[in-house]
Design a protein around this ligand. Structure first.
Ligand code: KIV
Length: 294
């Protein structure tokens, strides 16, 4: 973390780098922690300076950065480019890279090979994958190859179509039991933490005492060890529909529009650039240039 006042309790280390053990220690100390998405070096550096201990290069980048209609189309190469940029902006947070749809499901070998690319080429500390079911074996294989894995259950956007769309999960006892079983299986497979997305707080409350590893919630109620949001949502960069779990803490889009409109108006009225924004030439050089140019 930053070495500032946010680095209280078990997250403080001599090197300042956040490690998986710190997340476990924060869980033990009932100290909830924030996680954010990041997709580029400057926002990553800002979140680092703000004391955020874990950053996720989420495949939400497909929609927030790359303009795809869902998270499904984003490629490994696109994710690696963004993750490497985030790494360059970071000093202290733990960096988790999201394995995109189609990059880990086929076999354990495919999963390990993709996860290794996130570590070797982008400098990620860990990777995240979605779902229980066949993903449990993939998580186990990646952990077995020495790479920490974060699981993700509940609403798993990569397979939202199969789940009936972007809707909350676990609202029936049967489906809630499946979510719980997925979470327990991912813990058993060696995941160091799990994201719970869009499930009722009641379900979270029932699962939490059964898990030893930290759980990060997004629309899963207050009982989780951490909370994550996509930063475009919390900072108000995007002004369309947001999920009900989003809380907006700033309106950066409005501020950007105001700044850009002020610039455009200054250009149109010749108020920009001002003398201070330009470069000057020594008078004798200017005179000589006049002569040279006739
Ligand atoms: O891709 C993403 O941003 C995520 C988080 C919302 C957990 O998976």
């Amino acid at each position: 973390m930053t070495g500032t006042s946010e680095t209280a309790g078990p997250t403080k280390t001599p090197s300042g780098r956040v490690r998986i053990g710190h997340l476990q220690a924060m869980k033990g100390a009932y100290e909830p922690w924030p996680m954010l998405t990041a997709y580029d070096q400057y926002t990553a550096a800002i979140f680092d300076a703000s004391g955020i201990p874990v950053l996720l290069v989420g495949d939400s980048a497909a929609m927030t950065v790359l303009g795809y209609p869902s998270t499904v189309p984003v490629s490994v190469e696109e994710m690696l480019m963004l993750a490497a940029a985030v790494r360059r902006g970071l000093r202290t947070p733990l960096l988790v890279g999201d394995l995109p749809f189609g990059s880990y499901e086929v076999s354990d070998e495919q999963a390990v090979a993709t996860a290794q690319r996130f570590v070797k080429e982008a400098g990620c500390d860990a990777v995240k994958l979605e779902r229980g079911g066949s993903s449990v074996a993939r998580a186990s294989a990646i952990v077995g190859a020495g790479i920490p894995v974060m699981g993700h259950v509940g609403l798993t956007p990569q397979t939202a179509t199969a789940l009936g769309g972007y809707r909350s999960q676990g609202r029936t006892a049967d489906r809630a039991l499946e979510v719980a079983q997925d979470a327990l299986a991912l813990e058993e497979a060696g995941c160091f933490s799990i994201v719970f997305e869009a499930i009722p707080s009641d379900v979270t409350d029932l699962i939490m005492p059964r898990l030893q590893i930290p759980v990060i919630g997004i629309g899963a109620g207050p009982a989780t060890d951490g909370q994550v949001l996509v930063f475009h949502d919390l900072l108000g960069i995007y002004d369309g529909h947001t999920a009900r779990f989003v809380k907006r803490y700033a309106n950066v889009r409005e501020q950007m529009i105001a700044g850009v409109q002020a610039f455009a108006e200054d250009v149109r009225t010749r108020r920009y650039p001002e003398p201070d924004h330009g470069y000057t030439m020594a008078p004798d050089e200017r005179e000589r240039l006049r002569e040279l140019m006739g």
